[in-house]
Design a protein around this ligand. Structure first.
Ligand SMILES: Cc1ncc(COP(=O)(O)O)c(C=O)c1O
Length: 403
């Protein structure tokens, strides 16, 4: 009676954390550092725009979003990733999402055939990974293949380890850069190699770039940028964005997680299929939300201010944690990934002795058939809250776990 494809999915990370610390009384006032929900102010234009457009709540919004939204989203992608010679076309090259997560999930259904190379299709993802990828793979009837992304490979999957046997049956490859949780950023060479593999073995790459605007000094490169550079080389593809889709979001960039507004851009053929499929589901964005999103993608001042707040917190983290737990300041995103030896034991101890809630890395990673788990030794710490409470939380982490 039930869909047995879903049996491979374990309990989600947050209920597991709740169960781990259930019944333990924290010795200090709690400081939550487990959830990656941005806590910085949202742009000040949001309220006025919603008010000005409130009459539009009476209308069904189009699945394609408004022309203004598509122009703003394409304009941002073209500016941010220097797509000049082969820009994203607002008509056919970009669509709104009701939050990136919904699109990352839906895409698995569009690109997973019943069989590939005569076998069950595979969906590849980094390990640790954003949990939505695994749910999507299971629901779409694919085998989820977890590619370890440990410190030794720069916290990215090792593309050299992929065998032709696996690549031939690969339908989709999720790459998260900057990576949640490790903050690793894939360079242009890496991105280009992955796109080349996708074209050689005929699979799709879903570039999850929702942390792309939170970085220290150097803007992380993106999938469209890598593809644009490939298209300019002699013999480049007629369709510059063939086989790739990028996902981005206002949740982190603009602190608008509750707006549920993201974008998908890339291969126009794939986008047409995506649009057709999603019209059956109907996860449209209300017109007032599209108006806010249009303004947000058109403005960089609030993004610069947001980044500056993270810079302050990374400076604090560096000061408190340098030399402990293999601390490094991530190249992108807002998580710390700390090597504490035993992630579950550390999370429990931190809650009980320090009142600090962190996520065991083990819950964000899959245990491999050989029993190894690349998140086993790590905790994920989200620097999304207010500065002083983060500083206090990090001091407690250092003192409780070093003591
Ligand atoms: C790696 C990653 N991808 C996608 C998302 C989804 O973001 P949203 O649906 O809010 O756009 C998140 C949110 O935490 C994330 O961490």
């Amino acid at each position: 009676m039930l869909n047995s494809n879903l049996d491979v999915l374990p309990e989600n990370a947050f209920p597991r954390l709740a169960a781990l610390i259930e019944g333990l009384t924290p010795a200090h006032a709690p400081i939550p550092l487990s959830l990656g929900e941005p806590g910085h102010p949202m742009p000040d234009f949001v309220g006025d725009i919603l008010q000005a457009h409130q009459g539009d709540y009476s209308k069904y919004p189009p699945i394609n979003g408004t022309a203004e939204f598509r122009a703003a989203a394409a304009g941002w992608l073209n500016r941010r990733f220097g797509l000049g010679p082969c820009p994203v076309d607002p008509e056919g090259g970009v669509l709104p999402l009701n939050g990136t997560r919904e699109g990352l999930f839906s895409i698995a259904f569009i690109v997973t055939p019943p069989r590939k190379a005569g076998r069950q299709p595979a969906i590849l993802m980094p390990n640790p990974f954003y949990q939505c990828y695994a749910g999507a793979a299971a629901a779409a009837g694919a085998e989820a293949v977890y590619l370890d992304a440990p410190a030794q490979t720069g916290f990215l999957p090792d593309l050299d380890k992929l065998t032709p046997e696996l690549l031939e049956r690969t339908a989709l490859f999720y790459l998260c850069s900057p990576a949640n949780p490790q903050g690793a950023v894939a360079g242009l060479d890496y991105l280009q190699r992955l796109i080349a593999l996708a074209r050689e073995y005929d699979f799709v790459v879903a570039f999850d770039e929702c942390y792309s605007e939170i970085y220290l000094d150097t803007p992380p490169p993106g999938g469209l940028q890598a593809a644009r550079m490939m298209a300019e080389k002699p013999g480049g593809m007629a369709e510059p964005f063939a086989n790739l889709l990028v996902f981005n979001s206002l949740s982190k960039r603009s602190n608008l997680a509750g707006l549920r507004s993201g974008l998908i851009a890339g291969d126009p053929g794939l986008l047409a299929k995506f649009r057709q499929f999603r019209a059956y589901i109907g996860p449209t964005n209300p017109l007032p939300s599209d108006a806010v999103a249009t303004a947000a993608w058109s403005d960089e001042a609030h993004v610069v201010a947001n980044r500056a707040l993270y810079h302050e917190k990374f400076a604090i983290a560096e000061e408190i944690l340098a030399g402990h737990f293999d601390y490094y300041t991530p190249a992108g995103g807002f998580f710390l990934w700390l090597n504490v030896g035993d992630s579950e034991a550390a999370a429990k101890k931190l809650w009980q002795a320090g009142g600090v809630k962190v996520l065991p890395g083990k819950y964000l990673s899959r245990t491999q058939p050989d029993g190894s788990n690349p998140g086993e030794k790590y905790i994920r710490v989200a620097l999304v809250g207010e500065r002083d409470s983060i500083a206090e939380g990090l001091r407690r982490i250092r003192d409780v776990l070093s003591g």
